[in-house]
Structure formats: C-alpha cells, structure tokens
Design a protein around this ligand. Structure first.
Ligand code: ADP
Ligand code: MG
Ligand code: MG
Ligand code: MG
Length: 400
C-alpha cells in the first residue's frame, strides 16, 4: 500500500487509467483539480477523445480555517466512502456510484456528475426543481429508516454505528453550529452592520436553553446514520433529477438534523431572494415556491417514512398504536429546531452561504441577514411546539 500523500494531477490520471471498465489503455486523459472546499481535493478526469470521465475525491489531513490549519482525521474519507456506498444501495438513482477507493490514500473514485448543477447555485439563478422535494424526501426516508432500529436488526445497527464514530467532523458541527454563534468566539464572522444582532444572540439565555436541548440531541441521540452536511451545496440537481454527495460528516445522530439542513438552506435562499429577483412578481413567485418546497420536503419524507414503517418494521414493540405518530412528531420538532440553528450559524458563524454573501447591494444583504436570523431564532425558540409543516411555514411568514 502506498503511504498517504496528496495526489498530483499526474497520479490522478494514472489512478483513473488503472480503474477497470472506464478508460481504454490508449485513452488520452486530462485532469483538473476542481475542489472548492478547504478540506478535500477533487480531481476531474476526462478522456480527450470520448465522453468518459470520473471524479476522484481525496481528503487532506487538515482544514484551512480562518487562515489556520486544523488537523483533521483522514478516516473521514473512509466514512464518506462507506456512507456513499450505503446511501447508493438504498437510493441508486439519488447517490453517485463508488467505482474504487483507498482508505490508506483517503480517496474515493466516483461517478462524474458535472452535467448537474450544484443546487445552491441553481437556486440563486432562479432554477426550478419540481421533483426535488420528492427526491430528497425519499432519500432521507430511505437512508434514515433503513439505518435506524426501525429498519434494521438492532444488534447489526450497533455494529454499523461503531463504524461511523466521527469525532473530528462532529466537533466542527458542535463548535460552529451549537457553540460559537452564542459566544464571543474568534471563529465568528459577521460585518459591523449586524453587530447588534450578534450581541443579542450572545445575551439571549432563553434561546441558549433551546440550543442546549438541540445540542444534547446532536450529541446523544443515535437514531440513524445521518448524511450530516445536507445543505444545498451537497446536492446536485437538474430540472428533473437529484444527486446527493459529500457525506463526510456522516455519524449516528438525530434524523431531524438532516431534514433541518435541507429546510434551513431552502429558507436561507428564501431570505436572500430580494437580492436575486428582478421584480416584485418574480420575487413573490420564487418565495412562495421555496416555502412550498419546504412543506413538500417534509411531506414526502413523512409519507415515505410511514410507508417504510408499515412495510419493513423490524420489531413488534414499534407497532404499538400511536407510536409511529409520536416518533414522527418528534422528528419534525427536531427538524425545525436544527433548521433554526443552521440558519443562525450561516449568518454570524464561520461559514456563510453564497445565497446571502453574494448579494452585492449592502442594504439588501443586511436585510436578508436579519431576516435569516429572525427566522432561525423563531424556529429555535418554538421548535418544541411545532406539530405540522404548515405551522413551521406560518412561523417563517410571521417573522419581520
Ligand atoms: P467538500 O467536502 O470539500 O465540500 P464536495 O464533495 O462537496 O467536497 O465537492 C466539492 C466540489 O467538487 C463540488 O461542489 C463539485 O463542484 C465537485 N464535485 C464533487 N463531487 C463531484 C462529482 N461526483 N461529480 C462532479 N463534481 C463533483
Ligand atoms: Mg465544498
Ligand atoms: Mg461539499
Ligand atoms: Mg464536505
């Protein structure tokens, strides 16, 4: 086995050639590193004389954070690769296929999805994705149900959960989502224009109480194998198809965390729309569409999840009348609360979203930031009393 080192472009080409069934021995390959993140290399290898191509994603042993380097376990590449394989098996049409991997070299070779658009970019450009809610609802229902004690043997589930202990990446979430936005942390990142909001977040002990409850769920509720980073930058779309990538934060956690991530990112785009819509009619149309998508995401998740429960439940006790309703109601409350936390951190925390940051006009950007914070705080504050997706959307619409 070769010792770990970051691949060069030349090595990526040699690796691509060695993967059977993709390129012929005499193919003329070119390669570009296209990663946008601070954590990984992404090589796009294409054949100059055919339409064949692949992606090689390789982890590097550090994260670049505010100019500094955090050491970060390479084991996350193994975790991402295994999560992709499990998710692909459960939803072959919604997750890229893994062609090859090396845990020692921390790389995964997978299907090239360059024909798709990253959903965050698509939404910013006003893209319409009529099948997205149905697809992501089914992705979450299948991946969460079949990795939980409901959908798999409970002893086997414990063994599987042991393979997804992901302390380094969980720490990033624990710090950046559940701690820093509420403290005077050097990781925080916001403009002076909203310093009043950031200060209010630090002093709001009632809000901290709700965040502490959600953080406890993130730390202790090993309900299912989560994607762990299911924002619109981890989703590729076309008008009729959807593909989920980048599960390096996968671990056993509360189901609502993934669902909340999707809803939060739709709502961040909703709050950013005044910066992207040319006129009032387009603006209100897009906003309504985004709110409908949030309710549809939940509904498709719920319908699929109930169907799986009725079809493939693994134990008798979970058939107790009322238990399914109780279980799903908790997932919705969690999803609402986690969505709120995720919105807040994207405004005052370390890592922002292009939907909001990309707005050129200072006043509109600031208004979108304040709107996102207002929605995020309302969701966190009230998450424990939310009992329907409609109620969640009402809360969003009531914020000013
Ligand atoms: P990171 O964990 O560093 O965020 P991602 O898995 O999100 O890495 O990939 C970063 C970028 O690389 C994506 O936004 C996309 O542009 C490109 N990319 C990653 N995987 C693929 C793929 N399977 N097909 C095409 N492009 C990809
Ligand atoms: Mg990235
Ligand atoms: Mg990513
Ligand atoms: Mg990632």
């Amino acid at each position: 086995m070769p010792a770990y080192h970051p691949l060069s472009v030349e090595e990526a080409i040699e690796l691509a050639k060695s993967i059977s069934g993709h390129f012929s021995a005499d193919s003329d390959l070119s390669c570009r590193e296209i990663g946008d993140g601070n954590l990984n290399l992404v090589f796009h290898v294409t054949d100059k004389h055919s339409d064949k191509s692949i992606i090689i994603k390789q982890a590097v042993p550090y994260a670049k954070v505010v100019g500094e380097s955090w050491p970060l376990s390479l084991d996350r590449a193994r975790i991402e690769r295994q999560a992709l394989q499990i998710q692909h098996k459960l939803c072959p049409d919604l997750v890229p296929e893994v062609y090859a991997y090396s845990d020692e070299m921390a790389y995964t070779v997978m299907e090239d999805l360059s024909r798709f658009t990253i959903m965050r970019k698509g939404l910013i450009e006003g893209g319409v994705y009529p099948n997205f809610a149905q697809h992501i609802g089914r992705f979450m229902a299948n991946t969460l149900f079949y990795t939980s004690d409901l959908g798999m043997n409970q002893q086997e589930k414990k063994v599987l959960a042991g393979q997804f202990v992901n302390p380094d990446l969980c720490k990033i979430t624990e710090d950046l989502i559940f701690e820093d936005p509420y403290r005077d942390s050097p990781n925080n990142n916001y403009s002076d224009a909203i310093a009043d909001e950031a200060k209010a977040l630090r002093n709001d002990t009632q809000l901290h109480f709700e965040v502490a409850l959600l953080r406890d769920k993130f730390l202790t509720r090993g309900q299912a194998l989560l994607h762990g980073d299911l924002h619109t930058g981890s989703i590729f779309v076309t008008p009729d198809s959807t593909m989920v990538i980048d599960p390096e934060f996968a671990y056993y956690g509360p189901m609502g965390f993934d669902i909340g991530a999707v809803i939060a990112n739709l709502l961040l785009n909703y709050a950013s729309q005044p910066g992207w819509s040319e006129d009032e009619t387009i603006l209100s149309g897009r906003q309504q569409r985004l709110l409908n998508m949030c309710t549809d995401v939940w509904k498709h998740f719920e319908n699929n999840f109930r169907q799986l429960w009725d079809k493939d439940l693994q134990d008798e006790m979970s058939r107790t009348p009322g238990y399914q309703d109780h279980y799903i109601a908790e997932v919705l409350r969690d999803a609402a609360g986690f969505a709120g936390c995720k919105m807040i951190r994207r405004i005052v925390g370390l890592s922002h979203v292009a939907d909001i940051e990309g707005i050129k006009n200072d006043e509109i950007r600031e208004a979108s930031q304040r709107k996102s914070l207002a929605i995020g705080k309302a969701l966190v504050r009230h998450h424990r009393s939310i009992s329907s997706a409609e109620q969640l959307i009402q809360l969003v619409q009531q914020t000013v």
